[in-house]
Ligand binder design. Structure first.
Ligand SMILES: Nc1nc2c(ncn2[C@@H]2O[C@H](COP(=O)(O)OP(=O)(O)OP(=O)(O)O)[C@@H](O)[C@H]2O)c(=O)[nH]1
Length: 315
């Protein structure tokens, strides 16, 4: 039951790896219309690259790294929410919590239900992003289960990246993954109207009704049959070696994110999701180091291969 007396509205942003969660958070930061937003991001690797990819609002940004907001992070999550409320609570209008791509939002919802948090913050909605261009049938059964649970536990599902697929593919996806009667919208670049997310505490936001909430699957990286690898070095990386690595990268690597310093002084952000690589120049990277994070299937030969190739980046 939503406690409308609690002062801070909270939106939980969920969805599988690369579905567009950070894109949505950035879109909301850009369309906050004067609202003061706090952001908590939870990345899957030991390095929190999302911290640098979320728009420059560092004051109101708390990062949780290494994993899924499940067993291991639940304590850290509750203390971070509490400290966000204490430190910034009076100054914030709304809090966005971005889950990692391998976590189930219901875990965060549980933490928001702790009495000492519930008294100060109210859950407005769980919004789950779905990558319309990802062939969900290619995922392992454990990952398909995770994605279903992320979708079934949402108040609003956003079918994102509709620019990459045709109408028939979108309709088939909706048919396959959505529960009957569940709220969903289609989007490109996660460009959701801001009033889908922010509403006054006094209103009941009738458009959001959870169809039902399902119990969370195990979402530890290991239980999902996944492995992560984080790589960090002071200084520049060899772009030729990195391009070759990206060219050769097998599909078993489900997600890749990096911030790299190049010899010519530029800093590049690179990422790959559902086999698509994007890169852009990053202005706000103050550190002298380069960072890369990978998540993929747990196959020893894959990670041996990757480790060897990473050794070549900074020689
Ligand atoms: N073509 C296209 N690309 C998109 C769209 N939305 C997001 N992207 C790109 O998809 C990639 C992943 O987006 P993110 O917002 O980082 O995804 P995420 O869900 O935060 O990823 P994780 O935190 O790793 O789980 C980025 O390169 C985005 O620029 C879209 O609607 N269309």
């Amino acid at each position: 039951m939503r406690d409308m007396t609690a002062e801070l509205g909270v939106t939980v942003v969920a969805g599988f790896l690369g579905a567009g969660k950070t894109t949505l958070v950035n879109h909301l930061l850009q369309h906050s219309d004067g609202r003061r937003l706090g952001v908590m991001v939870n990345d899957f690797g030991a390095l929190n690259i999302d911290e640098a990819l979320v728009d420059n609002r560092r004051d109101d940004l708390i990062t949780l790294s290494n994993g899924c907001v499940c067993c291991s992070l639940q304590g850290e999550l509750s203390s971070s929410i509490e400290s966000m409320i204490k430190r910034r609570g009076g100054e914030l209008d709304h809090l966005l919590i971005e889950c990692s791509g391998v976590s189930d939002p219901e875990r965060v919802v549980n933490v928001l239900g702790y009495p000492r948090i519930r008294a100060r913050a109210r859950l407005d909605a769980v919004i789950t992003l779905v990558d319309a261009a990802l062939d969900h049938a290619d995922l392992s059964p454990a990952l398909r289960h995770l994605v279903s649970s992320q979708i079934d536990n949402a108040d609003l599902v956003v079918i994102n990246k509709t620019d990459l697929v045709d109408e028939q593919t979108i309709a088939q996806l909706e048919q396959a993954i959505l529960l009957p009667g569940s709220r969903h919208v289609r989007a490109t670049q996660a460009a959701l109207p801001a009033d889908f997310v922010f509403w006054p505490a006094s209103s009941e936001a009738p458009m959001f009704r959870r169809v039902h909430s399902v119990s969370s699957p195990a979402t530890s990286i290991e239980a999902l049959g996944l492995e992560t690898l984080s790589w960090k070095r002071e200084g520049v990386v060899d772009m030729n070696e990195l391009s070759a690595l990206l060219h050769d990268m097998p599909q078993q690597i489900l997600r890749f994110k990096a911030i790299v310093r190049l010899e010519d002084g530029r800093v590049l952000a690179l990422q790959r999701a559902a086999g698509r690589l994007t890169s852009w120049e990053l202005e706000n990277w103050q550190k002298g180091e380069s960072q890369l994070v990978f998540i993929g299937e747990n196959s020893p030969s894959l990670w041996e291969w990757l480790t060897l190739r990473l050794d070549m980046l900074s020689e």
